[in-house]
Ligand binder design. Structure first.
Ligand SMILES: [Zn+2]
Length: 423
């Protein structure tokens, strides 16, 4: 979303200092062998395996072996799949103590706990990797989680985004310098705002500026995610940027061009708007939002626009649609609702929806050899659902088991599912 992430600047020094004194939550005996039994396993690439077992050593999967024993986690009553990836979240957005969207007056400690709690909520909801687009405050949180100081999803972040403001954004050379600065600050990718809002507004970066940003990022080995509507979709595709976010107003020709060029596309299914409508009182009167809760009603009209775009995108041959929710305050931990929107409201095939948050999202992140599928050599990011999303997409709400990097963070399967105990 356009509401600039700059609200959140400093943070997490508090966190790093405190966390350094805590015992690691990820400590586990190196190479301890874990076996998971599954009756239905989605491999993350669109295939289904039946009656098999996953063997894990340390943080990685070492084998898929139906005969492996003894079984440590019997998930046979559930659907087992790779941990999900959300390619577009805003970790730094949270509701403050007064019930309103937190703004510039939030204290560093409040911001820290806001982001940490968002991270925790998403992990518990089955998201083992998220891409935050982004805030400089994400960097120390990313590192704290990676070092095992806190539970949370694997985080990738843009640090500070490049916000298009026409000529004021800078010359192509200045934009290139900004990109290099983000890399130095620890960014995993570059987030670029290249156009105005969902309903109206033209491009906020010229084609030359956009070219400079995406070209420099490529030279620095970084991916580019471009917030784009209408004509900005084509411009970002032509500029060779990695992934287009949102995309309302994209024509069939634009979608086709993205497919031809291998540009990833990250449209949303509706969770974003549902979150604003559901939390209108918390957003009302904060900068960039309507003054009153009633003022949010017209946003409802955007939902059918999103569904129409998603439907067209899904029908575009070869278009690589990545799962990204644009999770803002109130949406973290509910990310999976966007699967339901896609399948129920936009006719997306349930398996395609799963793959978009597994192997395809991993590929878009340049991490297909590490996450997004279940197979030997990959990180042991494994979740289990009570139900099968292929015939009941609401099963994505019932995440009862979460393992990330070989560590189990959630396992309520046994209490809730007596069937899981029978052999
Ligand atoms: Zn966003």
């Amino acid at each position: 979303m356009m509401r600039v992430a700059k609200i959140i600047t400093c943070i997490l020094a508090v966190l790093s200092a405190a966390a350094a004194q805590q015992p690691s939550v990820q400590k586990h005996p190196q190479n301890k062998r874990i076996v998971i039994a599954a009756s239905v396993m989605l491999d993350g690439k669109g295939r289904v395996l039946h009656d098999t077992r996953i063997v894990i050593e340390g943080s990685r999967i070492v084998a898929i072996d139906p005969k492996a024993a003894p079984v440590d986690y019997d998930l046979r009553a559930l659907t087992v799949l790779p941990g999900w990836i959300d390619a577009h979240v805003h970790l730094a957005w949270f509701f403050a103590e007064n019930g309103k969207l937190a703004g510039g007056d939030a204290t560093p400690a409040e911001r820290t706990y806001g982001a940490v709690s968002n991270a925790w909520a998403m992990l518990m909801a089955g998201f083992t990797t998220v891409q935050s687009v982004g805030s400089p405050a994400d960097v120390p949180l990313r590192d704290a989680i990676a070092h095992g100081l806190l539970p949370g999803p694997r985080i990738l972040t843009s640090a500070e985004p490049l916000t298009g403001r026409g000529e004021q954004t800078g010359t192509p050379d200045e934009i290139r310098a900004f990109v290099r600065k983000q890399k130095e600050a620890g960014a995993d990718l570059i987030k670029i705002y290249a156009s105005g809002g969902m309903r109206q507004g033209g491009m906020t970066l010229s084609p030359e500026q956009l070219n400079a940003a995406c070209d420099e990022a490529r030279k620095q080995g970084l991916r580019t995610l471009v917030h784009a509507f209408r004509e900005a979709v084509r411009a970002a595709t032509v500029a060779g940027c990695t992934e287009i976010e949102h995309g309302l107003g994209a024509t069939d020709e634009d979608l086709k061009l993205m497919a031809e060029k291998g540009t990833y596309f990250d449209p949303q299914g509706g969770l974003l708007i549902e979150t604003y409508l559901l939390n209108a009182d918390k957003y009302a009167g904060t900068p960039f939002f309507p003054k009153t809760a009633d003022g949010f009603a017209p946003m409802k009209d955007i939902l059918p626009m999103m569904h129409e775009l998603m439907r067209r995108a899904a029908k575009t041959p070869g278009l690589k649609i990545v799962f990204g929710t644009d999770a803002v305050a109130g949406a973290h931990g509910h990310n999976a609702e966007d699967f339901i929107d896609r399948v129920r409201d936009a006719g997306v095939d349930p398996m395609a929806a799963m793959v978009s948050a597994n192997s395809l999202a991993a590929e878009a992140l340049g991490m297909a050899d590490q996450i997004g599928s279940i197979g030997p050599g990959l990180q042991a990011d494994i979740i289990a659902l009570d139900g099968d999303p292929r015939n009941d997409i609401t099963a994505v709400r019932r995440v009862v088991f979460v393992m990330k990097g070989g560590v189990v963070y959630k396992n309520v399967a046994r209490e809730n599912h007596p069937l899981a105990l029978s052999r």
